[in-house]
Design a protein around this ligand. Structure first.
Ligand code: 5GP
Length: 204
């Protein structure tokens, strides 16, 4: 992308399982309708109400592996025995048009994105305490005890990577968290370095 072209913003919402990142992601998309959503590929089975091409692209492990081999992913991760990946082409198209895109992905994927696209904005979502996180994981009532304990242990390791993120949002009350993420996005869009193209045009 040339320096004179207006670049879109790439926002990544991440955090441990049970942090509430999915709910925040949905809330932010509602408040900022111009924001484009990246739709991931997954090898997991669709849950009730999930639609192909809306929530995910559901693929077999073979199809996923083929896509990976073809270099079609921006980042990939294995999350609790399923594979996930962000298709590269649609994201690049959005950014090149100068539009903004938001991802809701795991921590491992977020760190990959920062390495390949340093201008991205990484937001870490964390409940106010591990006790609250545990309560939320138990509240889902879908996971076995050993799964909950594994996720909790994993979340401590994940939290230790917080310095690789740009922002940290404590998700205590959902509406406040959505507002905080919206404010981050609005402020990031006003950063001087993100407005080079526009300023250069004015100075012409
Ligand atoms: P779920 O299966 O519950 O929808 O998602 C499980 C985890 O995978 C969540 O932490 C979610 O953020 C993450 N995830 C979803 N899509 C992607 C993706 O494309 N890449 C990565 N790295 N993680 C993803």
């Amino acid at each position: 992308m040339s320096n004179n072209q207006k670049k879109g913003l790439l926002v990544v919402i991440s955090g441990p399982s049970g942090a509430g990142k999915g709910t925040i992601h949905a809330g932010v998309l509602q408040k900022l309708p111009s924001l484009k959503k990246s739709i991931s590929v997954t090898t997991r089975q669709p849950r009730k109400g999930e639609e192909e091409g809306v929530h995910y692209y559901f693929r077999t492990v073979e199809q996923y592996m083929q896509m990976k081999q073809n270099g079609e992913f921006l980042e990939t991760a294995e999350v609790y025995k399923n594979y996930y990946g962000t298709p590269k082409a649609p994201v690049m198209k959005i950014l090149e048009k100068g539009e903004d895109v938001i991802f809701e992905i795991d921590i491992c994927g977020a760190r990959q994105i920062k390495q390949i696209y340093p201008e991205s904005v990484l937001i870490f979502i964390m409940p106010p305490s591990f006790e609250v996180l545990e309560k939320r994981l138990r509240g889902r009532a879908t996971d076995a005890e050993d799964v909950i304990l594994r996720r909790l242990a994993e979340s401590k390791k994940e939290l230790a990577t917080y310095k690789e993120f740009d922002y940290f949002v404590v998700n205590d009350e959902i509406n406040t968290s959505v507002e905080n993420v919206v404010s981050i996005i609005k402020s990031e869009k006003c950063r001087v370095e993100r407005n080079d193209a526009f300023i250069n045009e004015l100075l012409k």
